[in-house]
Every structure is written in C-alpha cells, then in structure tokens.
Write a new protein. Sequence first.
Length: 160
Amino acid sequence: MLRRGRVSLAFSFLVQGVAFALLVTRIPAVQDRYGVSDALLPVFLAAVPILAGVGSVTTERLVKRVPPSRVLRWSQPVVLLALLGVGAGGHMAGLGVALAAFGLAVGALDASMNMLGVSLQRAYGRSIMLSFHAVYSAGGIVGASLAWAGAHWDLALWVS
C-alpha cells in the first residue's frame, strides 16, 4: 500500500513539474498571443505566486475538514485545465482568469502533495521527500522539452 501511494504521489509531482515548465517556458508566446505589454507582464507573472500562496494557506485550513488526497484530486485537474485555458483563450481577461485559477490551484496542489509526502515519509520511517522533488524536476525537464518542441514546430499554444 505504501509503494502504491508513493508511486501515485510521484506521478502527481511529475505532472506538476511538466505543467509549471510548460507555463513558464511559453511566457513569450503567451505575451504575443494576448498582446500583453512589457509593463503589464510583471503584474500577470506576480499574480501566479501570490495566488499560489493564498491557495496554499487556504489548503492548510481546508485539510482540517477534508483529507489532502481529496484536495490533490480536485486541484491537479484544475491546474491542467487552467494551463489549457492560458493557451486556448482569446482575450486578456480570459488570460487573467486562467492564470488566477492556475495560481490558486497550484498552491492547493503543492500544499496537498507535500502534506501527503510528509505522511508517506513518516510511514516509511526514512527520508523520501527528495525523491518527490527529483521527480518534479524531471517533470520540469519534460515540460520544457515539450514547450521547445511546440515552439520549434509552431504548434498551437494550447497544445504546447
């Protein structure tokens, strides 16, 4: 049972790494698609980690009522759908909504993944958190590679 939980959580860390890398490596394409000025871009970019902090703090309170595994199960799809919204939208307001949803959901997801990781680590009786963060980093490499391929082959932004 522990192994299954560890593999499942590692997959969540991998997907999160892919998603985050896809967003940050395609910022110039997002900026071009929506016509976001250089002056406005930092506002959009700063909103994501600020809202992630809000999502993380909210999750800390939420897990007193629902298990972190449930938070993970709803927040990971929201992160991926918000990422899709960033690439598929057509208006700057839609970009703002998608980035806000991404930020809030990323905060909830990060908090819930790490809470579950700490629980698994306690059950294992040894340090395993580094393995999850390594998988996240591997996901970042995969995501950046996918973003490069999308940019190189001029794929639609919502695809890459």
